[in-house]
Design a protein around this ligand. Structure first.
Ligand SMILES: Nc1nc2c(c(=O)[nH]1)N[C@H]1C(S)=C(S)[C@@H](COP(=O)(O)OP(=O)(O)OC[C@H]3O[C@@H](n4cnc5c(=O)[nH]c(N)nc54)[C@H](O)[C@@H]3O)O[C@H]1N2
Ligand SMILES: Nc1nc2c(c(=O)[nH]1)N[C@H]1C(S)=C(S)[C@@H](COP(=O)(O)OP(=O)(O)OC[C@H]3O[C@@H](n4cnc5c(=O)[nH]c(N)nc54)[C@H](O)[C@@H]3O)O[C@H]1N2
Ligand code: SF4
Ligand SMILES: [Mo]
Length: 769
């Protein structure tokens, strides 16, 4: 059996990081250091720049340069451990082609200009565009890699000052279904539990996430639990065999999209076996139905609104009659015995169960539904909100929670509440000191719609920060053509040249991570602060300051702090006013400075690790559970059916295409491909095939195939049994390679409730080249 430390060691070795400096004899990874001698080395805490696990790191600074990294032993998240990306993260600061200077497009070419000239041009162009086409012709598209202050000032400038709700972030591609799942089931966003659940659980069920590669340090905590607690079971439910499957006790493969039927079948069987926690359900649960046959968002101007209609336990049980193990087995490819086994695990009163998921469930045209359906299981058996029992939606990016979800950098959101709500608008207007009429009560565009509006011309100017949409949007060609249309003006803040800076009219060089001060918020509601530790290169400036500089040039200087030394503290303390109280209180700035992260709600000096139970949550009334996010103080079980994916394999396009990630690379690869060991480990994208399909097509690893979908085609190298193994009839391609843009062929269908696209499923033809 794989232990936590061996696992982390293997992960590093397999990616060719035999970096001697990070494998000192006798001690695993005390640190990784790069270059300079360790004479004047000083260590400083910061959260990791990469994934949503949010490991605490200590970065070694010598002569003004970040030269070493170790896991922070004081961090409750990783207790001194770290994965390959974390260890090498500081090298991402020092790629040869870091952007040091602003650029503007002149006669078709990007040329260097002084930063102040570029900022003037951005402010000017905003004013002109708004004057000519109205406030809703301008937009900002940000990221779950925005720090909390970045997102806060963006929301304040656009929603409060300019008066447009055209504020979105790449987390729409990532966490939107998680958000709508939480809101529909509980009325409040973000997990009720925390990582400590892992140390109390007996069973872990993974619903289509490759945790060994995507949340490696957290996954190692599951392995550690298993080592010390013999009855621990890890079950990997997935469409593809990955390193997670190999480390699991049981791997179950299912057909894409059929997780909906699996979850309903587990619920059916729990009821059949008499395993429902009757008293919990009677006291704390309400039953609802919504619309069905809800579409896929493929048409421009697509609109859908769900409505909850009440039902009851009997109605819900009758609905589940369609999901007997025998019926579901043939649809899903999972045996009836395995379906009953899963129900037995959830239903066993003597086992604590944690479910984990990430993009397999969120990037799903029924993403909201499948989130609801997994909550249903925990609610039926009352395994929720208590140590070791809980559904846990994992976040991808370092601050998808902290910035996008908590600050609310989405079209319908405000830092507290939604734009549609008058009280929320009043509160925002009061804190922002803007007239309440400035804040538009109507949401405008979600991400896909925003890029479609760039195409139609409804949006003319877009500022893109900390995201690389010309690699990561689905059905890419349409949205790239849109951005390049006559009369569109694109501003891009980045740290390296990318396919997105390639289409920009103005490029602003950004100060990255520890080159500025900021905060991130991770998957377990933990807010983590970091100081500026090194100087940014050239004229590079933080995204927060860029926004403040543009605001000042547009006449909103008095709305934002102007002192670069104190601005982050001032922004944080202003932002904190939105979240006062036991339901969402955030820690004061001084507390963040001292600790390696603080879990919110932070109330009267204490963290709230488990929400919705009176023993652990000061906002919960009574003596047990209180799902106070809903007006009836109950969590909602939803009857949601299985519905098929919009595009399924057929004669012409006989394979499923799934896309995703690998351990060594971060998304579009702009940072990790500039870290030599990570780049060498996985230098280019490839198409994984099942060995039987490879034989049938007459191709072997290293040979070339062409992938053709209804959107376009792409040639790449085949990989058989290297990193992962897709099921028969499936192809898997990672999206980190800007030279092999898999999003040229993906589909832009989305969940009608969350508006999150489904990058995991479309139909593809595979041809030997
Ligand atoms: N190394 C590394 N780590 C990362 C990132 C990175 O770029 N690199 N990115 C971070 C971010 S932002 C994110 S969002 C996460 C993503 O983390 P994950 O979601 O774990 O990773 P992906 O590779 O996107 O998803 C692949 C999985 O989707 C599942 N899947 C496919 N179709 C279906 C389906 O129909 N239903 C279900 N339930 N599952 C399905 C498959 O089983 C497959 O293994 O990783 C985070 N961590
Ligand atoms: N095919 C396919 N596509 C996908 C997905 C998938 O599974 N399959 N997953 C989707 C998901 S879950 C996500 S989260 C997105 C991620 O998609 P993106 O956010 O578009 O990808 P990143 O590579 O993380 O882009 C971050 C950019 O910010 C830059 N950068 C780094 N630090 C800073 C900084 O401090 N300031 C500024 N201004 N720039 C900085 C980096 O160089 C990089 O260009 O991709 C989505 N797209
Ligand atoms: S697991 Fe995530 S947060 Fe932790 S070191 Fe690795 S990339 Fe960074
Ligand atoms: Mo993501």
């Amino acid at each position: 059996m794989v232990s936590r430390r061996i696992f982390i060691k293997n992960m590093a070795l397999s990616s060719a990081v035999v970096a001697a400096q990070s494998l000192l004899p006798g001690v695993l990874f005390p640190s990784a250091s790069f270059g300079a001698a360790a004479s004047g080395l000083t260590w400083h805490k910061t959260p990791c720049r990469f994934c949503g696990v949010g490991c605490g790191l200590l970065v070694g600074i010598d002569s003004g340069r970040a030269v070493a990294v170790k896991g922070d032993p004081a961090s409750a998240v990783n207790k001194g451990l770290c994965c390959v990306k974390g260890y090498h993260s500081v090298q991402a600061l020092y790629g040869k082609d870091r952007l040091r200077s602003a650029q503007m497009r002149k006669n078709g070419r990007l040329v260097d200009v002084p930063l102040s000239e570029a900022l003037d041009a951005v402010a000017d162009h905003f004013k002109k565009t708004i004057a000519a086409h109205g406030k809703d012709s301008v937009a900002i598209y940000g990221s779950g890699q925005w720090t909390i202050p970045d997102g806060y000032v963006a929301a304040k400038l656009f929603k409060g000052c300019l008066g447009t709700n055209n504020v979105e972030a790449n987390a729409r591609l990532c966490m939107a279904s998680a958000v709508t799942g939480f809101l529909t089931s509980f009325g409040l966003d973000e997990p009720m539990g925390c990582y400590e659940d892992i140390d109390h659980a007996d069973v872990f069920i993974l619903w289509g996430n490759n945790m060994a590669e995507m949340h490696p340090v957290l996954f190692s905590r599951l392995l550690e639990r298993r080592q010390h607690h013999k009855r621990t079971l890890i079950v990997d439910l997935a469409t593809r065999t990955t390193r997670t499957s190999f480390a699991a006790d049981k791997s179950i493969l299912f057909e894409p999209q059929t997780d909906l039927a699996i979850a309903n079948c587990i619920a059916y069987q729990i009821i059949k076996d008499g395993r429902v926690n009757r008293s919990f359900v009677e006291k704390h649960v309400a039953f609802k139905k919504g619309h069905t046959d809800i579409g896929y968002g493929l048409e421009d101007g697509f609109h859908f609104k769900d409505e909850a209609t009440p039902t009851d336990f009997a109605g819900y049980a009758a609905f589940l009659e369609d999901y007997t193990p025998e019926k579901v087995a043939s649809l899903t490819g999972v045996s009836a015995a395995d379906l009953r086994y899963l129900a037995a695990l959830y239903g066993d009163p003597n086992r604590k169960v944690v479910s984990f998921w990430c993009m397999g469930m969120n990037q799903h045209t029924r993403g909201t539904w499948i989130n609801n359906l997994v909550y249903n299981l925990h609610l039926l058996v009352g395994k929720i909100s208590r140590p070791g029992n809980g559904p846990f939606s994992l976040t991808g990016q370092p601050s998808a929670c902290g910035t996008v979800r908590e600050v609310g950098t989405l079209t319908h959101k405000l830092p507290h509440g939604v734009v549609m709500n008058e009280a929320a608008r009043k509160k925002a207007a009061e804190i922002w000191q803007v007239p309440v009429e400035n804040i538009d009560p109507k949401p405008s565009h979600h991400t896909v719609s925003m890029f479609r509006a760039l195409d139609s011309g409804a949006i003319r100017m877009m500022w893109i920060q900390v995201t690389n949409p010309m690699v990561t949007m689905p059905k890419l060609k349409r949205y790239r053509d849109a951005a390049k249309k006559e009369g569109r003006f694109i501003v891009v803040s980045d740290v390296y040249p990318t396919p997105t800076t390639d289409i920009a009219d103005v490029v602003l060089p950004s100060a990255m991570w520890i080159e500025r001060e900021g905060m991130y918020g991770n998957s377990e509601r933990r807010t983590q602060h970091f100081q500026q530790l090194v100087e940014p290169p050239g004229e590079a400036m933080s995204d927060t300051l860029q926004i403040i500089e543009v605001a000042r040039r547009m006449g909103f200087g008095d709305k934002f702090p102007q002192d670069p030394k104190t601005h982050i503290r001032e922004i944080w303390e202003e932002y904190r006013r939105f979240h006062d109280g036991p339901k969402h209180g955030m820690a004061p700035y001084e507390v963040l400075l001292q600790r390696p992260g603080v879990i919110w709600p932070f109330h009267e000096g204490r963290e709230t690790k488990w929400r919705y139970h009176a023993e652990t949550d000061p906002a919960a009334k009574g003596s047990s559970f209180d799902f106070y996010g809903k007006p009836d103080h109950r969590a909602w079980i939803w009857a949601r059916p299985y519905e098929p994916a919009p595009e399924v394999p057929d004669r012409e396009y006989p394979f499923w295409l799934c896309t995703g990630r690998v351990l060594e690379h971060w998304h579009s690869g702009s940072m990790t491909r500039r870290i030599p060991v990570l780049h060498r480990a996985v230098p280019e994208a490839y198409a994984e095939l099942h060995p039987d399909d490879a034989t049938r097509l007459g191709v072997r690893s290293g040979e070339r195939i062409r992938l053709v979908t209804r959107r376009g085609s792409l040639e790449m190298t085949v990989a058989v049994d290297q990193r992962g193994r897709p099921a028969r009839g499936h192809v898997f391609v990672p999206f980190f390679d800007e030279a092999l843009l898999i999003n040229e062929v993906t589909l832009d269908a989305y969940c009608p409730i969350s508006k999150q696209p489904d990058y995991k499923k479309c139909a593809v033809k595979v041809e030997r080249v």
